[in-house]
Design a protein around this ligand. Structure first.
Ligand SMILES: C[S@@+](CC[C@H](N)C(=O)[O-])C[C@H]1O[C@@H](n2cnc3c(N)ncnc32)[C@H](O)[C@@H]1O
Length: 244
């Protein structure tokens, strides 16, 4: 049976915040909130895939009005249980197509979540949807990994990304279809999960932005505007909707 909460149903939501504790530390959060608050310039912000509010809550506490879209009721229930959540509106739905009233100065999609859309046309629709919500001159920010195909030996399809006593993680690549499945195993409590993604190249995202009427304003390898180079393993990219 297909879970209406997608790959972030009750089982994942229950462990989401503790599964990657380093992503909830202020060293990880503060630079994200700093850059997003700067780009919001006092306007409203729309988070695509707001989840349990890892970024939305501190951004809202910084004085930015935040609204979110998410298809997982289980994830949003965790957000709703946190202090400060009443300041944040959430619309349930697919962020590639769901509409929210009003215009935003900033839309953002962090933590590799663009890859949760597993078809190119869905990713294209997501860029168009983000642009539709932006004021002229507004920005769309995406944080996503650079596909690590250089690290995949010829003929191999599986690459470990985390091997520790408490967690084993493997990415399984389907190169012909630009797909990958991340497999997670937690040996201590016997849990496992597999999530499908569509990995996507920076230049392909630039083209999606262009199709949606946005142009690249900045690309860095991190939230503190570290240079993006051939060795970068992730990027934070900002596209701007044409000012009128
Ligand atoms: C990796 S979590 C990121 C949550 C939050 N942005 C963060 O940084 O912690 C991905 C979130 O996106 C949501 N999501 C994935 N695909 C979606 C889609 N097509 N439409 C709406 N929400 C989606 C999931 O339910 C989940 O809450």
């Amino acid at each position: 049976m297909i879970d209406p909460d997608g790959h972030f149903g009750e089982r994942v939501a229950a462990h989401y915040d503790e599964a990657t504790p380093e992503m909830f530390e202020s060293a990880a959060i503060d630079p994200v909130v700093d850059l997003l608050a700067e780009l919001a310039r006092g306007g409203r912000a729309l988070e695509l895939g707001i989840g349990t509010g890892r970024i939305a809550l501190p951004l809202s506490q910084r004085g930015v009005t935040v609204h979110g879209i998410d298809l997982s009721e289980a994830m949003v229930a965790r957000l709703r249980a946190k202090p400060g959540a009443d300041a944040i509106g959430v619309t349930t739905g697919d962020f590639a197509t769901t509409k929210v009233d009003g215009a935003f100065r900033l839309a953002y999609l962090v933590f590799n979540t663009i890859m949760n859309l597993t078809a190119q046309d869905q990713q294209v629709a997501c860029f168009a949807n983000a642009a539709d919500h932006l004021e002229p001159g507004g920005c769309f920010v995406v944080e996503v990994g650079v596909p690590s195909l250089q690290r995949l030996p010829p003929g191999e399809t599986v690459r470990p990304f985390d091997v520790s006593p408490s967690h084993l993680g493997f990415d399984e690549y389907d190169i012909a279809n630009q797909g990958l499945i991340s497999h997670h195993y937690w040996p201590l409590d016997g849990r496992q999960a597999s999530t499908p993604f569509r990995y996507v190249w920076p230049a392909e995202l630039d083209l999606m932005a262009l199709l949606a009427g946005m142009t690249l304003r900045g690309r860095w390898s991190g939230w503190k505007r570290e240079p993006f180079t051939s060795e970068s393993t992730k990027h934070v990219s900002v596209w701007e909707k044409a000012p009128v």
